[in-house]
Design a protein. Sequence first.
Length: 306
Amino acid sequence: MPGRRIGMLLIWLGLSGASAAAGQPPGAFVPLIERTAQLTDALREQASNGSGRTDVAVRHCDNYPYGQPPTGQSPVSLLLDDLADGLHTGLRCLSGAGPMGRLHQYHEYQANRLLNLFESARTKTFQCVDDAMFATAVATGPGELQADDPLYAQLRQVDHPAVILDTYRLGGLLSRRLDDETYRKVFHLDEDQIIEHRSGQPLRGSNLHRYRDRAALLFHEAVHWLGHEHSAIYPDLAHLYDTCCFGGSDYIDDPARNRAHQQTACNILKDDTLWAAAHHPYRQMRLWRYLGYDGFKSEMRADYAR
């Protein structure tokens, strides 16, 4: 969601014990890799037996991800496994241990911050709603919630850090909250389909998106917990991270286009000039535009409809 820039004075961490482990790629720092493994193992244990040491709470997610979870696995268990998958891929990527190689050190620092948050005693909430918002997911930020936020009604129900997921949007289900004229003109439903949709099983629209890479989505939302918000004039870290670390966009089907966008995002995340200015927001904003990176998100979105 669009929002203000969160300025931050960075303290470049040495990350104690930051020597490459035997068998790990260059730049794979042992503490971050081990901590990531411990966190994801604990999440998978919680998914398996309902108990764990993660302080992650899953609420109202009986319909996750779209009402038809795989046989034998509960929706809550599936969500926890998706979260573990997302953190495994995302944190290793930011730590330099992913297939994309070493990124700028700034991103290791972000991995460390996110791990600190998950390892803290604060409850991390993942709450589901059904057809309650026109966004697939939204995360709380560290700042005060504003009453003019378009998702204020949903966000006020949870404490930071939290993610709210709409199972209808996640599964590509058509909202039941629209008027009949919209169903006719936009979604081309006939009268029998409208009646069926309102009173029976909700329809899955052919022009709606059914989310596939839920692990990437959950990691993307957790990045917002650190204060990184979507922006057109500053680096959009949540977007860059899921594009580089998870292989492109869930909204683009063409593998070649996704590989090209992934490479661009990874190259941006490796750019020393840009990230060395991370603690000077105005300078980084100017570099973001000067280096031509400000058009990257629009170029990706142009491929969504192809």
